[in-house]
Design a binder for this molecule. Sequence first.
Ligand SMILES: Cc1ncc(COP(=O)(O)O)c(C=O)c1O
Length: 183
Amino acid sequence: MGRPTPHAGTAEHASAAPRPFSEGESARIRADFPLLGRTVRGGRPLVYLDSGATSQKPRVVLDAEREFYERHNAAVHRGAHQLAEEATEAFEDARETVAGFLGADAGEVVFTKNGTEGLNLLAYAFSNAAAPGALDGVDEDWAARLRLGPGDEVVVTEMEHHANLVRGRSCAAAPAPRCAGSG
Ligand SMILES: Cc1ncc(COP(=O)(O)O)c(C=O)c1O
């Protein structure tokens, strides 16, 4: 798809000046997404702006998903047979690929089924971090950054999606020391 994306957090990423796609580039990117080939009411070409809710999938993703379900589908990390091994390998390869894209270690990448679940997990981890003993063995600098306590603030913007606002509020409303703050 068009230009390679510099890895987030790298100097290349920080210095990459954004510029609009040319018409040719836009057309090539659109062509990657079969769904964008259809028209909507009145025969107009589809412009899709609801990616925060559900993203459209490029052909390479659709092909990979079909190939997985037709050839390798099995329980990841929960089976000893060949298909489970293949599914697990594909899953862990994807984790490595995502980690490389983010400039993270594979062990830092957690897959969740959507943004809401990811944010819930994060809020839950923060609230658990305040429990006695929860961070035993964790480097103290890191532990201090993870522990929320009275006086800490959970900052969200007024543009936040409901899923994130609810999380921030419930985290802030929980009694200390499990989770405290204001948002
Ligand atoms: C703008 C926006 N942000 C976030 C979400 C939540 O996304 P997810 O389904 O990944 O939890 C939605 C869901 O509709 C959304 O529309």
